[in-house]
Design a binder for this molecule. Structure first.
Ligand code: ZN
Length: 480
């Protein structure tokens, strides 16, 4: 079912309920080529090449997942742009922002271009990419070269543990914030205190504690919060723009809240694993729930939802990582042997939507804003991405909010067939995912009773995704 219609085809999405930034709106949507060209109560008077029936369904803007790890061109490839964007599409995500850890590490213009080429060749959804800031080596010239090659933001680790990503020192952070200050580009840090974490792991090992919970005990909340407040301090004294990756605990959140209140240029994200799982999941799932920062307490989970509600946390992203099942199984003998990172991209939105809507009583616009609109704005991809507005890219997800499903390994489109959400039941189902006016994912069949989620099909070819440069939103807007 490859796309063979012309570039300017008109599509009408009829009968659905649109989720706009502020309200639910019963309206039809008109698409021409790659763009939304009309939102009206009844579009049936318009001629159309194709009509899509959305009766009884929600019409959502495609999700923007601003923290994803594909690994191309790694050999062997544990997760790649093709499988990651397929799983994303099946989960209602139409744009990913990808992280630079791969071989080669995207840490200069040339290596960035190699990775960009892999994205262009393989993705079925749209992709923007981070460049890497490596401790002690990345220069302002490297940053400029990566930006020239298409980097949308930059990422550094304040703690060890990711191959090639030598942790940054305080002076590295300061220099990067200063170098980027006038560009408006985002500098994102993985904030945990390197010295305290290293000592924590040593302490656990020396005491023979290698069971799953030892991972959480080796890097408690204060170790994260210390690095968060230190990075914030450096942003405050330089005036640079800072973003905190995957906030997991109340203590770190409180430092971010205080900084925002006094006007520091800082933003922050959290992830579905920190919003719907806690440290008891680490005990039960072992290596399959080992991530950094680790899963925290129920109190932290509740604090993160409050932070998301009051804007202290700007958006939700997956931090999706593919690791082999065998490497994760190693965590049963020694939790520190399992690599850190979770496979969650395919079910992030349905699981977070379900929790937000059915458990916490959020409105659809409120949760969609934090999974599409806010990240698109923050990374400069709005107004093309993140909202259903006239002139925006036709990145559209048809969603059945009432279907019921359970996460199983079967049907996962990720390269590694496991998910941190395995066994979790939720309400909601992605029925169809459209990227810039072309179908990418369709899920029309019900095979095993309620378990309908797993049976969709990717109908777009590898390479149909588009690479999004920092100039995309503005430059493309000018030709509208
Ligand atoms: Zn990450």
């Amino acid at each position: 079912m490859m796309q063979d219609h012309s570039h300017d085809d008109t599509i009408i999405v009829r009968g659905g309920t649109l989720v706009t930034e502020t309200a639910l709106l019963r309206a039809d949507l008109r698409i021409q080529g790659e763009r939304i060209v009309g939102i009206e109560q009844d579009a049936s008077t318009h001629a159309a090449d194709r009509t899509i029936d959305a009766t009884g369904l929600l019409v959502l803007p495609g999700g923007v997942d601003a923290h994803v790890h594909a690994r191309d061109p790694d050999e062997p490839l544990i997760e790649g742009f093709h499988t990651a964007t397929m799983a994303a599409a099946a989960g209602g995500i139409t744009t990913i922002i990808e992280m630079p850890q791969a071989v080669p590490l995207a840490a200069d213009g040339d290596s960035f271009r190699i990775r960009r080429e892999a994205a262009v060749k393989n993705a079925v959804g749209d992709v923007a990419m981070y460049g890497a800031v490596v401790g002690g080596t990345t220069t302002p010239d490297d940053l400029a070269a990566m930006r020239e090659a298409g980097a949308i933001a930059f990422k550094a680790f304040m703690v060890g543990g990711s191959a090639g990503m030598v942790p940054v020192s305080d002076s590295d952070i300061m220099r990067t914030l200063e170098a980027l200050r006038d560009t408006g580009m985002i500098f994102t840090v993985h904030a945990e205190n390197a010295d305290l974490v290293a000592a924590g792991i040593r302490r656990m090992r020396e005491a023979g504690q290698v069971e799953p919970l030892a991972h959480a005990r080796s890097r408690p909340a204060p170790y994260e919060a210390e690095a968060v407040q230190r990075a914030i301090f450096l942003a405050e004294v330089t005036g640079g723009r800072l973003h905190i990756a995957h906030v997991s605990c109340q203590l770190a959140l409180e430092f971010i809240q205080a900084a925002k209140t006094r006007g520091v240029n800082v933003t922050a994200e959290t992830c579905p694993q920190y919003l719907v799982m806690d440290v008891s999941d680490l005990a039960r799932k072992g290596g399959f729930a080992r991530c950094a920062p680790p899963l925290r307490t129920r109190g932290d989970v509740e604090a993160l939802w409050r932070g998301l509600a009051d804007g202290s946390l700007d958006f939700v992203c997956s931090d999706h990582c593919g690791y082999t099942i065998a490497s994760k199984e190693a965590g049963w003998n020694d939790i520190f042997a399992a690599p850190q990172g979770l496979s969650v991209i395919q079910h992030m939105l349905p699981v977070v939507y379900d929790n937000a809507i059915h458990v916490r009583g959020w409105s659809w616009p409120d949760i969609v804003r934090r999974t599409a609109t806010a990240p698109a704005r923050l990374f400069g991809l709005a107004p093309r991405k993140g909202a259903l507005t006239i002139g925006a890219d036709a990145d559209i997800v048809l969603y059945d909010p009432n279907a019921e499903a359970t996460v199983t390994r079967e049907g996962l489109l990720t390269r590694q067939k496991w998910s941190a959400f395995e066994g979790r039941s939720y309400r909601g189902r992605v029925v169809r995912t459209i990227v810039r006016g072309h179908d990418v994912y369709e899920n029309g069949t019900i095979v095993r009773g309620h378990d309908v989620y797993e049976n969709g099909t990717i109908v777009a070819a590898a390479g149909s995704g588009r690479f999004l440069t920092p100039e995309y939103a503005n430059a493309a807007g000018a030709t509208a």
